[in-house]
Design a protein around this ligand. Structure first.
Ligand SMILES: Nc1ncnc2c1ncn2[C@@H]1O[C@H](COP(=O)(O)OP(=O)(O)OP(=O)(O)O)[C@@H](O)[C@H]1O
Ligand SMILES: [Mg+2]
Ligand SMILES: [Zn+2]
Length: 238
């Protein structure tokens, strides 16, 4: 399977015919899945209805103290939405989300899952960034099953996954960060977001070019994709 675009081939290919990536193929065992049978995300049976009869709801967007962050989200954090934050390594994704999390914990319950850093490391950084509220849960975990269990227990309003490449589902074959893992975990997160009305932020090591480390197909699965880019200034200029 191409690790860039999820293109399938029964044999190894040097270059992906779909996206043109070189040496992007990794052997993955396909599991027969009934899980993929399409079901409504909310688990409810729906019927077609007249557009005029659909009641419009006014979503309550939670505003953070970061104006620009609110703006790119269309005015604030939307409950039940799945947002991908992509960007180069070291650009500041974890720092930004931690800062946003400390603010969100003033208005709701935050569960910050990190598969990259220890709880101690994150706390040190969080203390530098702002007031930590008691409704801020840190969870250093990489197993999706455990994450799901904690989400059901804590019932957070906001869930941060840092990063999607480090979380894995034990029921699925494939190593951490492989296309099948990323796809399955993202699908599960989507379900969690919709059924529990949680706003979920996923950190992904995905560059705009999509070449470096990123399965591009993540973009098609989430509601919103935000790319975090720095401007090319030297330290002395900034
Ligand atoms: N707004 C900022 N201004 C100055 N320094 C920052 C800012 N945001 C992050 N940093 C610093 O940049 C470094 C990398 O930040 P961070 O770990 O958040 O990046 P990341 O995108 O999560 O990286 P990785 O991809 O490795 O997880 C840290 O040392 C952090 O203190
Ligand atoms: Mg990080
Ligand atoms: Zn490809």
């Amino acid at each position: 399977m191409c690790q860039n675009c999820a293109y399938n081939s029964p044999k190894y290919l040097g270059r992906c015919p779909n996206c043109g990536s070189w040496s992007s193929f990794v052997e993955e065992v396909e599991v027969a899945e009934v899980k993929n049978a399409r079901v409504s995300l909310t688990g409810e049976k729906t019927k077609p209805m007249k557009l005029a009869d659909v009641t419009s709801i006014n979503v309550h967007r939670t505003k953070t103290e970061m104006e620009e962050f609110n703006r790119v989200l269309g005015g604030g954090v939307v409950p039940g939405s799945l947002v991908l934050i992509g960007g180069d390594p070291g650009i500041g994704k974890s720092t930004l989300l931690l800062q946003v999390s400390t603010q969100l914990s003033q208005v709701g319950t935050v569960l910050y899952v990190s598969g990259e850093e220890s709880a101690q490391q994150i706390k040190l950084r969080a203390e530098r960034l702002g007031d930590i509220d008691s409704e801020f849960y840190l969870y250093a975990e990489t197993n999706m099953q455990s994450v799901r269990a904690e989400v059901e227990r804590i019932q957070p309003d906001f869930l941060i996954i840092d990063s999607i490449q480090t979380i894995m589902s034990p029921e699925i074959s494939g190593v951490q960060g492989s296309v099948s893992q990323v796809r399955e975990v993202t699908a599960e997160l989507m379900q969690l977001a919709k059924t529990n009305n949680i706003a979920i932020f996923i950190v992904g090591h995905v560059t705009k070019e999509g070449t470096l480390a990123g399965p591009r197909m993540l973009e098609h699965m989430v509601d919103t994709v935000l790319y975090f880019e720095g401007n090319a200034t030297t330290p002395s200029e900034s």
